[in-house]
Write a protein that binds this ligand. Structure first.
Ligand code: ZN
Length: 303
């Protein structure tokens, strides 16, 4: 694989890595997430420069609906950024192969190639952050859907009468099972207003913390069950900040998953594991996709 740059546009930071020819992270650079489309393009260009990555293929993971042309159609958590041809604008600015993917799709590929799901062919990666992102590998192939919009699992409705979501609808899974939702549970269980407080209380065995985490795990599991019915995958990889809770989250999630899944006793077990690449998953996955695209373009140009 050629050296490649991968960049993950998150809710608060734009994080980039440079992968060398051996596929190792050779450099890392980050800048704050901008709020406008122009700012987004400038931030990516700045991160490429900060990595010393000019001339290499660039992959970018962005939070929202990204079509096959690399146009960011809709990004509920980047309100100023709609219908932006990110790939075309970056190609103009950088003059290299550019791949733009949904951020969770990129993270899924990172975890499948280098992380917690390495070697598995039927994988769902669920990123529990500000919202919930999803990526799917089925039969060893990264799934993008007909328009590039596959894996928008955070907006699966689990309660039609539930709270309003930034997407404009009600009762989306991410209102109950994202990192932000854990903050809401902290308030209801008298643990302050940060999800980290639930994690800390659960880890030290505090009954309110354990109860709040069990409730959160149930909401995580109900979405996983619906995904397992559709995809019959062998592994779920859970990522995002809340996975710092480790077994305090994974244990109750596995229990709730087994109790909610119809016919669980007659199915092979499904693994529910924590992500291995941490906050770099999206950037590493984007770099791997860009490296592959760059190699394919070089081969195409030579033939
Ligand atoms: Zn929604």
């Amino acid at each position: 694989m050629p050296a490649a740059v991968g960049i993950d546009v998150g809710g608060t930071k734009v994080l980039g890595v440079l992968l060398n020819e051996q596929g190792q992270v050779a450099a890392e650079h980050r800048v704050p997430t901008p709020s406008t489309a122009d700012g987004l393009v400038d931030a990516v260009v700045a991160v490429v420069a900060g990595l010393g990555g000019s001339g290499h293929p660039v992959g970018v993971g962005v939070p929202g609906l990204v079509d096959h042309e690399g146009c960011l159609r809709f990004a509920p958590n980047l309100p100023g950024v709609v219908d932006v041809p990110v790939r075309a604008r970056l190609h103009d600015a950088l003059g290299v192969t550019v791949v733009v993917e949904n951020d969770a799709t990129a993270a899924c590929w990172g975890e499948r190639e280098r992380g917690a799901a390495a070697g598995a062919d039927d994988v769902v990666v669920v990123t529990l952050g500000t919202g919930i992102g999803g990526g799917v590998v089925a039969g060893g192939v990264l799934q993008r859907g007909a328009h590039g919009f596959a894996g928008e699992i955070g907006h699966m409705v689990v309660d039609p009468n539930g709270p309003r979501c930034p997407c404009g609808k009600r009762g989306c899974w991410e209102r109950f099972a994202s990192g932000s939702a854990l903050g809401g549970l902290a308030r209801r269980h008298g643990l302050g207003d940060r999800g980290e407080a639930v994690t800390a209380a659960a880890l030290r065995g505090d009954p309110d913390g354990v109860a709040a985490m069990a409730e959160f795990a149930w909401w995580v599991a109900i979405g996983l069950v619906n995904l397992a019915y559709l995809l019959d995958n062998t592994v779920f990889v859970l990522g995002g900040g809340v996975i710092d809770a480790g077994e305090a989250l994974l244990g109750p999630t596995r229990e709730a998953f087994a109790s909610l899944l119809a016919g669980a006793a007659h199915r092979p077990p499904v693994s529910v594991v924590g992500a291995a690449l941490g906050e770099r998953a999206g950037a590493i996955g984007a770099a791997l996709l860009a490296g592959a695209a760059g190699a394919a373009e070089a081969t195409g140009a030579a033939s």
